[in-house]
Design a protein around this ligand. Structure first.
Ligand code: B12
Ligand code: SF4
Length: 506
């Protein structure tokens, strides 16, 4: 099939082991409907080099349409790339989509920016209709005004069309188009798929949307609060296809709240067991959606780790965040996981709106008590699409890039938050607080083996690696040489990945 559209990955993700799931889905959907597509990315290079290589590929492909995805932190890069694309590919139509264009299309669609259309929200059906119209050269303002879910300049005015209804049953979507990316790169063993567990893995979605409305979270404004599912059989078929082709030993379910529908999860678990795929996996969910029988079923089906947004140890703070969970629920969720033998990854938040010193101390106290396998403290940042952003009355464009902590600009980021986006009531300097927490809850990069507490924490975490079942899995894996290499060069690997990890923390 000749290619009509090329999806260009942001060059800032050139080292990321996280696959472009949006593009995999869009590409599959378009191809199923007869429109050839490519995903253009150049993995393993620095951002600058990767961009050059991707432009070379684009020049070879000469696509009629170029698609760009973009998070808020990537808006400035997308704008610069769009300008360059416009110059080097004056004949091509440029479309953007993803989180930021969905929330604030006006930051990307304006005169002389070179971007023709923004796809807002779920992209498959919208991009199909849009691409069909572009290819047929049926692009009058009147025609485009009828395409649901887009933004474009109609004359000089930004026009945002009617919202497109969400796809009700995700099973109508074809399997992701894995053949379009370098799967060998993405399935190399790392510790980010199931965070902290070295594994060759990949990522899958079984649902879209989250019914909750936490104050700091963008998700309600992306895929909405109605949760939609993919048939468990199709989900596991997709997983099995990647196992057969790429020999993965594990995976991660990226669903926002994996256990919201028990029946759906039970079916996935029984399907995984029936097919005897013998994989380990992780997922994320809420502490109030942890049920012992379900956790047992998940464990039997290979689940080894669950990531939780614990956020705070203070009841008042949890209420302020509209998190909809209580401290006893948090403790109960963790207790069940411990009883069942599923590792826990706890995410906490600092700098939450009106947070007091006491709230912080209660959070730290809870972190100690939960003693999760991994505890991470994130600094609340005002992303568009959240109440926190609205409360501040927005964030200037020049701050977008710095909103995501970046290793090369960690101090810049910290001082920006400290001076402009300090949401807490207390005045404790965030740098000092993070340093203190890093000593008590060290990341793998800041472990000090002379410290008995660090050593105990490390051994507690690493116990998993000495499980006979896990070792057996690595020994018979298609990736066993890569695992060996990984173990032999683990310190180099960690050094190289430190920067990446900081730039990707969520
Ligand atoms: C995976 C992920 C990442 C990956 C992204 C790379 C990747 N390969 O996808 C990594 C780990 C790198 C990442 C990093 C960050 N992330 Co993130 N991430 C996610 C997560 C969990 C899933 C995204 C995903 O794959 N969705 C599935 C696909 C199918 O959906 P989608 O991407 O929205 O795409 C659909 C449509 O948007 C549209 N579409 C998307 N792109 C395009 C392009 C075109 C041309 C078209 C036509 C359509 C289109 O079509 C797709 C199919 O329907 C989301 C949570 C979520 N539920 O979305 C957070 C999320 C996107 N991340 C978020 C944040 C805050 C971050 C960080 C800033 C965290 C931090 N503080 O460091 C960093 C930024 C890093 C950076 N350097 O810029 C926020 C978004 C904030 C914002 N306003 O941009 C989210 C929503 C989490 C949240 N709830 O707050 N993230
Ligand atoms: S933080 Fe989690 S539970 Fe809350 S709205 Fe976002 S995805 Fe849903």
């Amino acid at each position: 099939m000749s290619s009509k559209i090329a999806f260009l990955s942001p060059s800032g993700r050139s080292l990321s082991m996280r696959p472009p799931l949006a593009y995999l889905s869009l590409s599959a959907f378009l191809e199923e409907n007869g429109i050839g597509s490519d995903i253009v990315e150049s993995k393993g290079f620095s951002a600058k080099k990767s961009l050059e290589k991707s432009f070379e590929k684009l020049h070879r492909l000469k696509p009629e349409i170029i698609g760009l995805t973009c998070l808020t932190t990537e808006v400035l890069e997308a704008r610069a790339v769009a300008q360059r694309l416009h110059k080097e590919f004056p004949e091509s139509t440029l479309i953007v989509g993803g989180v930021h264009p969905t929330l604030r299309p006006q930051d990307l669609i304006f005169e002389n920016n070179g971007i023709d259309y923004a796809v807002m929200g779920e992209g498959e059906e919208t991009s199909l209709e849009l691409v069909q119209k572009i290819l047929a050269n049926d692009v009058s303002g009147k025609t485009m005004g009828k395409v649901q879910g887009i933004a474009f300049l109609n004359g000089k005015k930004l026009e945002i069309t009617e919202k497109r209804p969400l796809i009700k049953d995700l099973s109508v979507l074809p399997s992701p188009n894995y053949g379009k990316i370098d799967m060998d790169f993405y399935t190399k063993p790392d510790i980010y798929c199931i965070r902290g567990v070295p594994i060759s893995g990949f990522y899958f979605f079984t649902s879209r949307g989250c019914p909750f409305a936490c104050q700091f979270c963008v998700n309600k404004n992306l895929f909405g609060r109605t949760i939609r599912y993919k048939d468990p059989v199709k989900v596991v078929e997709d997983i099995e296809a990647v196992v057969k082709k790429n020999g993965i030993d594990g995976f991660y379910f990226y669903d926002d709240t994996f256990t919201v529908n028990r029946k759906h999860v039970e079916k996935i678990c029984s399907e995984l067991k029936e097919r005897k795929l013998d994989l380990i996996w992780g997922c994320e969910t809420r502490v109030n959606l942890v049920y012992k029988d379900l956790m047992v079923a998940m464990k039997k089906a290979g689940c080894v780790q669950i990531d939780f947004g614990v956020e705070s140890g203070s009841e008042i703070n949890l209420k302020r965040l509209q998190k909809g969970i209580t401290v006893p629920e948090i403790k109960n969720g963790f207790k069940i996981c411990k009883e069942v033998g599923i590792r826990t990854f706890a995410n906490f938040m600092l700098n939450t709106p009106d947070e007091t010193e006491q709230d912080v101390e209660e959070t730290i106290q809870l972190a100690r008590e939960l003693n999760a396998n991994v505890s991470i403290f994130n600094v609340t940042t005002p992303f568009p699409g959240t109440e926190i952003y609205d409360r501040l009355g927005g964030v200037p464009l020049e701050d977008y890039e710095t909103l995501g902590p970046n290793p090369t600009s960690f101090n810049v980021w910290l001082s920006m938050i400290e001076t402009k986006y300090k949401l807490s009531e207390h005045k404790m300097p965030l740098g000092t607080l993070l340093e203190r927490l890093n000593k008590e809850f060290p990341s793998i990069h800041s472990l000090s083996f002379g410290n008995p507490k660090h050593l105990a924490r490390f051994l507690n975490n690493m116990a998993f690696l000495f499980k006979p079942s896990y070792i057996a899995k690595l020994l018979k894996s298609k990736h066993r040489k890569q695992y060996l290499d990984f173990l032999l060069h683990v310190s180099d690997y960690l050094k190289a990945q430190k920067n990446l990890e900081e730039s990707e923390d969520q």
